[in-house]
Write a protein of this length. Structure first.
Ligand code: AMP
Ligand code: SF4
Length: 470
């Protein structure tokens, strides 16, 4: 279902550019394209070769940056970040990039993901005298790097990467170098492109399209890229390099116009919808998707089933994002302001309502009610992903087990709770088949741990699960 409706809960976005005379502006535009990945804060750091320049703030990209800010952001290289606070809260001090200044080399760090052993590393660092200024685990990476302050940065970063575990895609900028890295499982997306002679990196390829950059390749799992006056070089910091990219990126998080690991997100969602129509056929009059993220799957369902696709639900684009309803009762009313059922389409009809996922079940319940109030005679809910039964430890706020409706109820119980006439989820096989193609020798399926409970990395008992916010 559309992020805008529900308070825009997604994960962070990273952008970086090296070798462009308007590096700060390009980063600003890149962050605009990644805005859906985080709305709580945005920041850009540039280097002019001698000094790092930072501007960041809480809020949306266009709230944080005004034209006069760019005159201070000099330099040919920049990194940027949009933040969705999965870890450590949303205050100004946690807005990235984080900058660590020192007399030798200063560094700025922008990171997307979640470290599963951050808690242990923080305790160790504090026991050894480090003073952590923020509550975000991004700072842990910086402290580990800085502990080896006397060796070249590339070595210090490699040392730090040897200690951290979990999911991360990061960009580091010093006065004279840029470093780009991805965890050994490639859990978070990170692509590389070119803009003229400049190197560009972004969490999603939609950022390349916006600035006119061309896609070059994915950053490889376990890869550390260094760029400086000698050009670009790449190395693997681990021998374990198997890509298991997060399948929820395809299901819900990424923009439909992005390609993840060279597969278009809209196309993959359409295949999920087709697959779902094969797995759970139903007799009905119209198919409708919940705007925006479910539209692609609904189109796929319609194509495969032959049931016409209709605009049974529309959203009101102009509801402010700060429209936060305090009580559950008011929130139930609030959804009517943001989403409407189209009476002329659904009245007297048997409706297939396709949504991308169910987390707590609140959204589906509200929408089934909306459709029935608008005169739908039957509402068949088809979910284009499997039931989410396990928390995510890799930076996505799919909530704790207690809040996950599918962790605590059977499909039939869920059907009753959301008031649907039938309810079916896509199988995990169907999900994987919609995403995994034989195009990347490093690809070893996708991460499906929130559906299956099979986590692709070790999970530490006290790993902090990001809080789910709605
Ligand atoms: P819920 O009402 O909690 O069941 O939310 C389910 C809806 O939230 C679905 O329509 C998805 O589009 C969307 N969604 C899925 N995962 C997330 C997430 N991690 N954060 C926010 N929204 C999500
Ligand atoms: Fe993505 Fe789920 Fe894996 Fe988390 S557990 S990385 S949300 S697939």
């Amino acid at each position: 279902m559309l992020a805008e409706i529900k308070g825009l809960n997604e994960e962070c976005g990273v952008f970086a550019i090296w070798g462009h005379e308007k590096a700060a502006e390009m980063t600003y535009y890149g962050l605009h394209a990644l805005q859906h990945r985080g709305q709580e804060g945005a920041g850009v750091v540039t280097t002019d070769g001698d000094r790092l320049h930072l501007h960041k703030g809480t809020g949306l990209v266009n709230e944080v940056f005004s034209e006069d800010k760019f005159s201070q952001l000099n330099g040919h290289a920049a990194i940027g970040h949009v933040r969705y606070a999965t870890q450590g809260g949303g205050g100004y001090e946690n807005v990235q990039p984080l900058v660590f200044r020192s007399q030798t080399t200063s560094m700025a760090l922008a990171h997307n993901g979640n470290l599963v052993n951050a808690h242990q590393l923080k305790s160790q660092l504090e026991a050894q005298g480090s003073i952590l200024q923020t509550t975000s685990d991004t700072e842990v990476i910086a402290h580990l790097v800085k502990r080896n302050g006397n060796v070249p940065m590339e070595e210090a970063i490699t040392y730090a990467l040897g200690m951290i575990k979990g999911a991360y895609a990061f960009a580091i900028l010093t006065e004279k170098q840029m470093f780009i890295g991805l965890d050994s499982r490639g859990l978070r997306p990170l692509s590389m492109g070119r803009l003229g002679d400049a190197y560009v990196f972004a969490s999603e390829t939609c950022a390349f399209d916006l600035i006119g950059a061309t896609y070059e390749r994915e950053v490889r799992p376990g890869e550390l890229i260094t760029i400086d006056e000698n050009g670009l070089r790449s190395k693997s910091f681990t021998s374990q390099m198997e890509r298991t990219l997060c399948s929820m990126e395809y299901v819900y998080f990424s923009r439909p116009d992005s390609d993840l690991n060279q597969l278009n997100v809209h196309a993959s969602r359409k295949t999920m919808g087709k697959q779902l129509a094969q797995e759970a056929p139903i007799e009905a009059d119209v198919v409708t998707g919940v705007p925006d993220s479910s539209i692609s799957a609904a189109i796929g369902f319609s194509e495969e089933s032959g049931i016409p696709y209709e605009l049974g639900l529309i959203k009101n684009r102009y509801v402010g994002r700060t429209f936060i309803q305090p009580s559950q009762e008011l929130r139930e009313q609030g959804v009517k302001l943001k989403l409407s059922a189209v009476r002329g389409i659904v009245e007297g009809k048997r409706v297939v309502m396709v949504d991308d996922s169910i987390v707590r079940g609140t959204t589906s319940r509200r929408i089934v009610r909306l459709l029935k109030e608008a005169g739908a005679t039957e509402v068949h809910v088809r979910i284009a992903s499997p039931p989410i039964q396990n928390p995510c430890y890799y930076g996505i706020d799919t909530s704790t087990k207690g809040e996950l409706i599918a962790a605590n109820h059977s499909v039939e119980e869920m059907r009753k709770l959301i008031g649907a006439d039938s309810l079916t989820f896509l199988s995990t096989e169907g999900l994987e088949a919609s995403i995994v193609e034989d195009r990347d020798p490093l690809q070893h399926g996708v991460c499906k741990a929130c559906f299956t409970g099979n986590y692709p990395t070790e999970i530490y008992p006290d790993t902090v699960i990001p809080a789910y916010k709605d």
